[in-house]
Design a protein around this ligand. Structure first.
Ligand SMILES: [Zn+2]
Length: 367
């Protein structure tokens, strides 16, 4: 029967047309297979490079290195001072892994020592282009803060670096991703981001929080967008400001990846905020004895769309009940390995997280 059909077709059509039909069918078949299998596919095209994010272990401070598909680098915070440049060394090691010999932008979220403290040591180890910050230090009563602020001022005074003082709503000049400033120096965006702005029914009953009086409330927070993916990093922004972002309207919308604010401490990560931004994956830059508060951990874990929480450290305060499974922890109990977590993201919405300790990767497909 098939033979009879082919014979008829051969008589009816020119051979090239049949070949063309066969090729078209084969291509369509392969396409259907790929779609049906829902395979997590890394784009084959070499021009579609990924965004890479290195969550460097700075023992309960922040140092997050973004390397964009355009090859530009943005480091959010520089870890602690002291320790013979331990944190700067770890950041440089991450830059080396990423193949960058210069950090184009160093964004200082605020002037606490676990964020800006490592800047002088870092600048001695790797070239830096531009510093981005929220302006002046507003916490002149805290001695360690005053000290690291002075050192940062001295660094800027060398005249070697450009400086950008960012305001909410600004677009950072980094190429390869969109980076929008959400919060800075105690102010947050006035208008909702495109696609956001829905009324938030939970605001009426939500708990209200007194204003934080430290540099934390000044945190320079950003939303990074790569194609379909949205990544939120608000530094140590506190609960009172979180509420301004999601009440009475959710100005941010939902995010895919949440760099857990304030190392997972209870002064940040309010339930109303987490249920509104509803991340799929949260990455917590806690130390063994800093951040990872059980109450905040619970709120993140219970947020409505969460697939996985990753931790830079096992939290001693969290104990057995408030830590994720070992495979999601870069540095478990015991001697500190300084392991990082590495996230690779594509504009089509695929992303993956690598635990550098286990060398195992977990992949996430677009939703
Ligand atoms: Zn901090």
């Amino acid at each position: 029967m098939l033979f009879a059909f082919l014979e008829k077709e051969l008589k009816a059509r020119a051979l090239p047309e049949l070949v063309a039909r066969f090729v078209t069918s084969a291509v369509f078949f392969v396409f259907c297979f790929v779609v049906a299998s829902g395979a997590w596919a890394q784009p084959a095209s070499s021009e579609q490079k990924p965004l890479r994010i290195y969550f460097v272990d700075v023992e309960g401070g922040q140092a997050t290195l973004f390397v964009t598909p355009a090859g530009q680098s943005l480091l959010v915070d520089t870890g602690w001072p002291g320790n013979n440049g331990r944190d700067a060394d770890r950041i440089v090691a991450a830059a080396k892994k990423a193949g960058v010999g210069k950090i184009d932008y160093v964004l200082i979220t605020h002037f606490h020592e676990d964020h800006v403290g490592g800047a002088p040591q870092l600048s001695a180890r790797i070239p830096i282009g531009t510093f981005i910050d929220h302006g002046e230090n507003r916490e002149s009563t805290d001695a360690p803060t005053v000290e690291v602020w002075k050192a940062y001022q001295q660094l800027l005074a060398t005249g070697k670096y450009k400086r950008i003082t960012a305001k909410p709503g600004d677009a950072l000049p980094i190429q390869g991703v969109q980076a929008t400033v959400i919060s800075a120096d105690g102010a947050v965006i006035g208008d909702p981001l495109p696609g956001a702005g829905q009324e938030n029914a939970n605001c009426k009953d939500a708990e209200h929080f007194p204003p934080d009086k430290t540099e934390n409330i000044r945190s320079l927070g950003i939303l990074i967008t790569l194609g379909k993916l949205r990544i939120l990093d608000l530094g140590d922004l506190t609960k009172d400001k979180e509420m301004e972002l999601v009440c009475p309207r959710n100005k941010l919308g939902q995010v895919d990846i949440y760099v857990v604010s304030h190392h997972g401490w209870y002064q940040s990560n309010s339930p109303a905020f987490l249920s509104e931004i509803a991340p799929r994956v949260a990455i917590m830059d806690n130390g063994a004895t800093k951040g990872g508060t059980p109450s905040a951990w619970d709120i993140i874990e219970k947020s409505p769309r969460l697939e996985d929480l990753w931790q830079l450290h096992f939290s001693e305060e969290g104990g057995a009940a408030h830590n994720v499974a070992a495979e999601f922890i870069a540095n478990p109990e015991g001697p500190d390995g300084g392991n990082d977590l590495e996230l690779t993201a594509w504009p089509n919405g695929n992303f993956a997280v690598l635990n550098s300790r286990t060398q195992k990767t977990k992949k996430y497909s677009p939703r």
